[in-house]
Design a protein around this ligand. Sequence first.
Ligand code: GLC
Length: 469
Amino acid sequence: MVVPADRALQEAIQVAPLIFSDDVRRQKIENRLEQMRFSAATVRRIQNVFKSEMEKGIHQKISSLQMENTYIPELPNGTEEGLFLALDLGGTNFRVILLELVNGVAVREDVKKYHIDSEFRMGSGIPLFDYLAECVSDFVINEGLQDVELPLGFTFSFPMIQHSLDVGILATWTKSFNCPDIVGKDVVQLLRDALDRRGDTRVNVLAILNDTTGTLVQGATQDSNTVIGLILGTGSNACYMERADKVEHWEVERHGEREVIIDIEWGAFGDNGVLDFIKTDFDRESDANSLMVNSFTFEKYISGKYLGEVVRVILAKLTKEGLIFVNHSPGGLLTTGNLTTDLVSHIEQDSVDGDYNSTREVLAKFGIIPDDDDLSAVQYVCEVASNRAALLVSACLSMLLERIDKEEVTIAVDGSLYKHHPRLEGWMNQYISLLAPGRKFKLMNVEDGSGKGAALVAAIAQRLKKRFI
Ligand code: GLC
């Protein structure tokens, strides 16, 4: 039974029907995918579980949401000045960035990307940090700044337990990293030690932060209503400005802070089983194929590293069950890891354009010449999986808007999935409006929070240091 207030929601979350020549197979495919579709009641349940996990996390009770204190109590105020270094570690490319800030605005930005081979990403942590320090030296020396003291903000996009603005204990690796020997260590210290071992630059690590935090801080320079930072990229996470008096985990001396940024680490939402009511056999298999099995439940439903794999697992099952690719072999399309999320985004373009051109292009890459039913089914699966991701993110954001309870909230968003998926933004606008009725919000694209945001956080750290020493 749908309660009247949920009727609009129930209608909005429908996807286009599957068009198929064979009614029996169509029905079977739709039934098979039914578990990926939510009723309005399920969405409400997700909202409630998220709300309660946030509340538990902030009160230091057992929760799958870390609700980590970042110790950043204020946003840029337009006085940030000088040369700053920013490091961005989170994906397979490590970025070193030099920024010159004038009145809180980046007037110069030099960036260099360094590829991190899998031997560094999945070995021991010390060689990884030695490599990071080598990249920093290479960059700083090339800039001719080896003798200049450079304040640095380190964007480290993994879960950390923060003891202060410049102490971050690695809680667990995610995405494509796994160097187990440094879990539980302070990554700022590891970086400082590696830089000291080289001794060829004068870099001063002032702050460690998460990419969501950098995005929020950078967003705040563009729109003063920004109080949420969201990443929908390889991984997914969000942070927000919380009232300081609600935050129990606070290890350093307080100085009358009124607010502080909280890193939710929502990728791990559901790791304790609270979201099991939406888990499908497709999710179980996609998890089993992942680097860190049984962790980052929520991230595996929604983010760029996994969405393609979820689609691939569904297509593989439908093929095995004789429902699709009956006349043509799907070839390499069904090999684990082969259907990346950028291809899902590309296929989704067809749902916007109302044709099959992109789907055909993607399938052609795998040597498949599909019939109309295959085209239609592939598109349908991409739509269902993408739509579920949009709903999940929107359900959490709606609860965050309730929690923040401000008249107008701007959500600063970054990440490849959000930027390249043609329908996520539209769905999110629609669903958040329905799930948080009466709340005024805006989704704002922010570029390079991990770079510019990190420099701004380093400048804020400098300001706080001067004020309290
Ligand atoms: C993963 C990390 C998180 C980060 C997110 C987006 O979920 O644990 O810290 O913010 O990816 O990059």
